[in-house]
Write a protein that binds this ligand. Structure first.
Ligand code: CA
Length: 229
């Protein structure tokens, strides 16, 4: 099935450039030029990925992202941001963005990021569908849900991939580079270190009994992370 992408960007020329590059790469796409139109399009049809500009007139990109995640949490989201907006990027990740691109970028670079989102590493055995953690916390990786304190917290696809990777490699320290290459599928891992740490913080908030004193996703100083068991 052709992957469908919603491009949410108020700069019409940029949106059209992105759409043309996506079409050329074999994706189907639709455009929305403000947040309200984006949410309407999202409710009407199926999208596998959303390219979401954060600076939109009316409803901001972050507000749109928040609403998207309450509607459906398995869609992948790549946010577009001005280079100076690091705090927006951090908030975007906290709200469940999977990746970001800083402006200016070429549509070809964006297409490469979109491809990376759809390319999941071949797993050599079945994923662990359920994890039972201390504190009565249950994680359902197939459904991307964390059950704790009588509530269900959604995991983003990226968080699910990171958790699965850590659990799968519990016998060793997982470096940030491992995660960037194997989970993000970046071609080289000498940038973006913060991206990993931001996601780990978000994941700890959902799965750790005491997120401020993490015991499950342990930091190995100067090396990376290790799953507790
Ligand atoms: Ca904009």
């Amino acid at each position: 099935m052709t992957q469908r992408i919603l491009v949410v960007e108020d700069e019409v020329a940029l949106a059209s450039g992105i759409r043309d590059a996506l079409t050329h790469a074999g994706f189907e796409s639709e455009m929305a030029h403000d947040g309200a139109a984006a949410l309407e399009a999202f409710k009407k049809s199926r999208f596998d990925l959303i390219v979401l500009d954060l600076m939109l007139p009316g409803k901001s990109g972050l507000e749109v992202l928040k609403e998207l995640r309450t509607l459906r949490h398995e869609v992948r989201v790549v946010v577009l941001t001005a280079l100076s907006d690091e705090s927006d990027v951090v908030r975007g990740f906290e709200m469940g963005a999977d990746d970001y691109m800083a402006k200016p970028f070429s549509p070809r670079e964006l297409v490469a990021r979109v491809h990376a989102q759809f390319r999941r590493k071949e797993m050599d055995s079945a994923p662990p569908p359920q994890l039972t953690l201390p504190g009565g916390i249950q994680v359902d990786l197939a459904r991307l849900e964390v059950h704790r304190d009588g509530k269900i917290l959604p995991l983003t696809p990226r968080e699910g991939d990171i958790l699965e990777y850590l659990v799968r490699h519990r016998d060793r320290v997982v470096t940030r580079e491992d995660l960037l290459l194997d989970v993000w599928h970046y071609r080289n891992a000498n940038v973006e270190t913060r991206t990993v740490d931001i996601h780990i913080v978000g994941l700890r908030r959902k799965v750790e009994p005491e997120p401020a004193k993490p015991t499950l996703i342990q930091t190995v100083r100067g090396k990376g992370y290790r799953w507790y068991a």
